[in-house]
Design a binder for this molecule. Sequence first.
Ligand SMILES: Nc1nc2c(c(=O)[nH]1)N[C@H]1C(S)=C(S)[C@@H](COP(=O)(O)O)O[C@H]1N2
Ligand SMILES: [Mo]
Length: 439
Amino acid sequence: MDESEQRPEDIELLWTRVEPLGVSRRDFMLLLAAGGTAAVLAACGGEEATPTATVPTDMATEAAPPVAEPTAGPTAEADAQAQPERLAVKALPEAFFIIHGTNAEMRWERMADQGYLVDSGLFFIRNHAETPVLDAGEWRLQVTGNAVESPLELSYDDLLQMPAHSVTAFLECAGNARGLFDVLLDNPAEGTQWKTGAFGIAHWTGVRLADILERAGLMDSAVSVMGTGLDSTGVAKPMPIEKALQDDTLVVYAMNGAPLPYDHGFPARLLVPGWAGIYNVKWLGSLEVADEQVYSKWNTTSYVLIGPDFEDPEGPPEGEPFETQTVKSNVGLPWPATLTAGEQRIFGYAWSPFAEIAQVEVSLDEGQTYQPAELVGPNIAAAGTRWEYTLDAQPGLTSITTRATDGQGNSQWPLSEQVWNQLGYQWGAAIPHPVTVSA
Ligand SMILES: Nc1nc2c(c(=O)[nH]1)N[C@H]1C(S)=C(S)[C@@H](COP(=O)(O)O)O[C@H]1N2
Ligand SMILES: [Mo]
């Protein structure tokens, strides 16, 4: 989550993206030293990879990872039927996404032949209302509230001219894996019935929220910062000033080396690594900096923990608040999966909001015994890592369970210890992924 320019893994990732453009490694390192990621993207990617006021119509730029094309997807006509409400701009073919009303879940098995990052074209969408198609030239970010001395209005160009910073981080819906309360515990929670695909890892570029707040004359009295979106529901989610001032809390305008796609918040969104997806307000229109705790429906009635195991809050929230996501891991196979008998390499991901992943283990007997899996490629705190395992699939196998542990010792708990809550947040149990082995 630190700045990419200081991290070898990120430099490696960025390098793999500019290498095909014929940039020498030496020039690449010089560019990085001179101006960081943004300079590299600007110099190597040309027009297309540089965030401009031109909206991102084509994400398949040379400098970005390949956009997953719907190769085996249904026809456009079938797609339209799959999206009756048409809340997104990008194509959501069923071969790549599981559609849940206004939301689109990534099919993890599609990551089999991809790199570490989730391509913007494959990235899940969680929309509370239709994607607004905003004009970057007209867009403004208002910075207001009783804890700033000089309220500000920033244009898109103003943002692009501020110092750029990049982080590689996951974005995960607070309700990711919520569907498993029903499927695995027979105790459904309310809301979108996601499996584990309300998640993606991307490389994000933008401006530090702290730099923006400083420009507005941040006062010592500041307690809370609430970002509000320009979509019709106007998602408004407050975060504590301490989180707002962290180095990796950004207002981002680029995702995986290209301008943010419309559906992911164009022209700019918040990026709050490790915290629930809802903090990452898309189509950011304003930031209110207040000298007291601020409440909206997004931290009182929704995104709180309600259930017999949680305290009733003292203040306005109708349940216990939470902020960070949990340690999770999964298998990159369809749910349920059918495997051919015999040895095969399987893969998946593991992630923690707190630290790098230290270990991923695989169990073929529903968590009685575990074997270590191999961690592959980048392994980044609040982003995640890929794992692989050589599975000898025998007829009779019914599930593959994975358990991740992070560098601080946080681990996934057994299914029997998963605490239920009405809105289905904070899933962290090791997941037995259902499989059938054909002889
Ligand atoms: N303005 C706005 N911001 C939003 C949302 C939204 O509906 N409107 N959804 C939130 C939720 S619940 C999640 S999980 C993430 C999803 O981001 P993505 O659609 O880019 O994957 O955005 C968050 N930011
Ligand atoms: Mo979410």
